[in-house]
Write a protein that binds this ligand. Structure first.
Ligand code: 6CS
Length: 312
């Protein structure tokens, strides 16, 4: 058998390296009876195209960012709330690995769309890049922010006074260079790898959110596998949580070092973060109480699970 796993990133980047490591583990465990082909971003279109392909069974597996199915699975937008998950990627990874709200309840929501998320993991804390040096919510006024395909991201940046535009990341470098877009968010390894820092003067370490990815399978395909095959996948996906945590950590550290050489790094103080938290808080309420199609119980449950892990 041969399975394909499509990713939203290029060789060397976290998602692709994840898929390559997953592939080699599956091949080793099955003595080559099952081979897995990792695919780079672009091989099958944009992130949105890839999500559709997975849903239709055109590929068996995908590493997917929930931000690109925000319109279809509104509950998946919970990952775009600012200052909701713990700032520390290690604690976020603990929540992602153990949360019942995510691994059972949110999974069921995706399964209505033929997407089964088998795991959720962090690609690291996101930073903001711009030419203006973002230090307080008011700095966002007049900026056009690039976001993924998630209506809630619009609310979030609206709350800071920015406008937003959805784009595939492949179009982002040119948009920043031509200044049709003024700002974007990504983990440090990705900012460096996609060279966004070349066309942006400042990087703000904001701790506003972790970048989350999901390891997904086409639900119908997965349900048709034997129990042994399902176990093989589940067990390997579970093992990968620790592996990918170390991988993103190392890549983000190296990314920061490289960016620091020629780009101004702004580290928000606790007071500045408090200002952003205050501006972001109403969006949490908005999400829970107003967003159509979301389950407020899932939000409450996840919030409790987070509080248990952070002790707050
Ligand atoms: O900004 C994005 O859309 C891209 N960022 C990362 C870290 N991975 C893939 C995604 O498409």
């Amino acid at each position: 058998q041969e399975w394909q796993i499509v990713t939203e990133e290029l060789q060397g980047e976290v998602q692709y390296e994840y898929a390559a490591e997953f592939a080699s583990r599956i091949e080793e465990k099955t003595d080559g009876a099952i081979t897995v082909e990792p695919l780079e971003y672009g091989a099958l279109g944009s992130e949105v195209n890839q999500a559709q392909l997975l849903q239709q069974g055109g590929v068996e597996m995908a590493v997917m960012s929930p931000g690109f199915t925000g319109g279809q699975v509104p509950d998946g937008q919970i990952f775009s709330l600012h200052y909701f998950f713990p700032a520390d990627p290690e604690l976020t990874q603990e929540v992602l690995t153990n949360s019942e709200a995510l691994n059972t309840d949110l999974r069921a929501k995706y399964e209505e769309h033929n997407i089964s998320p088998l795991s959720f993991w962090t690609e690291g804390s996101m930073a903001w890049t711009s030419n203006v040096g973002i230090e307080s919510p008011s700095d966002w006024e007049g900026l056009n922010m690039r976001v993924q395909e998630s209506p809630l991201m619009r609310e979030t940046y609206d709350a800071y006074g920015a406008t937003v535009q959805s784009l595939s990341w492949g179009e982002l470098y040119t948009a920043l260079d031509r200044e049709t877009v003024d700002a974007q968010e990504n983990p440090l390894f990705f900012i460096e790898s996609a060279s966004f820092h070349e066309v942006q003067d400042t990087v703000t370490i904001s701790n506003h959110n972790n970048y989350i990815a999901m390891t997904t399978v086409n639900t119908d395909w997965y349900n048709g596998l034997s129990d042994a095959e399902k176990d093989l996948i589940d067990e390997t996906v579970a093992e990968m949580q620790e592996w990918v945590f170390d991988e993103q950590k190392q890549q983000n550290e190296a990314g920061l070092q490289a960016i620091e050489e020629d780009t101004e790094i702004i580290r928000l103080t606790d007071e500045q973060i408090a200002e952003f938290k205050e501006a972001a808080e109403p969006v949490h309420e908005f999400y829970r109480n107003e967003v159509e199609g979301i389950d407020p119980d899932l939000y409450d449950k996840l919030k409790e699970e987070i509080a248990e892990i952070t002790g707050e």
